[in-house]
Write a protein that binds this ligand. Sequence first.
Ligand SMILES: Cc1cc2nc3c(=O)[nH]c(=O)nc-3n(C[C@H](O)[C@H](O)[C@H](O)COP(=O)(O)OP(=O)(O)OC[C@H]3O[C@@H](n4cnc5c(N)ncnc54)[C@H](O)[C@@H]3O)c2cc1C
Length: 379
Amino acid sequence: MSEVTPIPLSELTTLRVGAAPDRMVDARTRDELVDALREVWAAGDEPWFVLGGGSNLLPGDEPFPGTVIRILTSGFEEVPGARDGFVRIRVEAGQNWDELVAWSVSQGLSGIEAMSGIPGTVGAAPIQNVGAYGQEIVQTLVEVELIDEETGDVSTVPASELGLGPRTSVLKQHYGSVPQRSAVVLSLTLELARVGHEPRPVADARLRAALALGPEAEVSVAWIRETVLSIRAGKGMVLNDADHDTHSAGSFFNNPIVTDAVASTLPAECPRWPMTPAVDAVSVIPLDQWDGSVPPPSAAPTLVKVSAAWLIENSGLPKGFGLPRSRATLSTKHTLALTNRGGASAGEIAQLARFVQSRVAAEFGIVLMPEPVLIGVEL
Ligand SMILES: Cc1cc2nc3c(=O)[nH]c(=O)nc-3n(C[C@H](O)[C@H](O)[C@H](O)COP(=O)(O)OP(=O)(O)OC[C@H]3O[C@@H](n4cnc5c(N)ncnc54)[C@H](O)[C@@H]3O)c2cc1C
């Protein structure tokens, strides 16, 4: 563990904003990371956060008044315990995510290939249950090694205890809230299927749709990776120094999840995806336990995910939109990314985010919530 001269977060985040924090510590090994965290936590109430690739973060223009711990660990290894036909890989938190995906594809392993091109570190992937094109880390994540702030203890926690859902987990600091569990991922274990390099059918309908494949089509994992990278590059969703549309945090707003009643007020053209089955699940009561009564219908409303990009574009904000004299604009390739056109402050990004929120709320009555973690910034 080494204390370093604090680097401006504008150099360490993909939105390219943020002042240098008061203090910065680099952790290059798992032990250094544990030591750094325990040291900061022992100091009492000192503010802290860990930084991975900085690709899901909007830090403020004022210096963060505490310690930023950079996770610079790397590496992965095969571990025992996998089911037949699968392989288990334990990965250090600071490992670059896309390098891991590239390696898995080169080994003929399947499970994360559709998430090619997502920036950042492996340890941050469970924080918001990263996902793209029908794959999410929840589908392959076995367990994480966590260090908890409350106790300083390290434990292995099964994926099922992380509350992984659409761009969320118990570890994520959502806008205006604290995480349900304050802990840092030291490493994690994935289970990937050994499928080899030959073309094979694509089971997931969402992935087939994204890749414009028919139900009979057969493709290799390498083909999926290359195709996903090419689609993402066309949308400015693969980091590229020369392309300002990628100077973003990816999608800035979550697709809102609303009740069916709210969704029904939106124009029919607004893309939507059901989140819960429209019919109640059937529960079978054994005949000898049935008292003859009919259970009341479930009061739970059907939830629907709606397209935030569509809401933004149809509230009158086109691709590339920016406020007068601001260096922040919507991406010229899709409306969901807020981008830094060069030298924008966190304040300018936040101003644009608030403007988008107010237009969508005025037009459709829905408040969009930010996906990146905001530190020292208010919308
Ligand atoms: C161009 C672009 C495209 C993107 N596309 C996608 C996409 O398709 N799907 C998707 O889901 N996301 C996408 N993202 C968002 C982002 O890449 C992911 O959320 C990624 O997992 C963030 O990793 P990071 O290491 O950069 O995290 P950071 O930005 O460094 O950190 C994000 C949050 O996680 C916390 N954190 C980081 N590491 C740890 C750890 N080891 N333990 C505990 N907390 C930790 C940080 O404190 C912070 O609160 C995209 C971003 C960009 C810029």
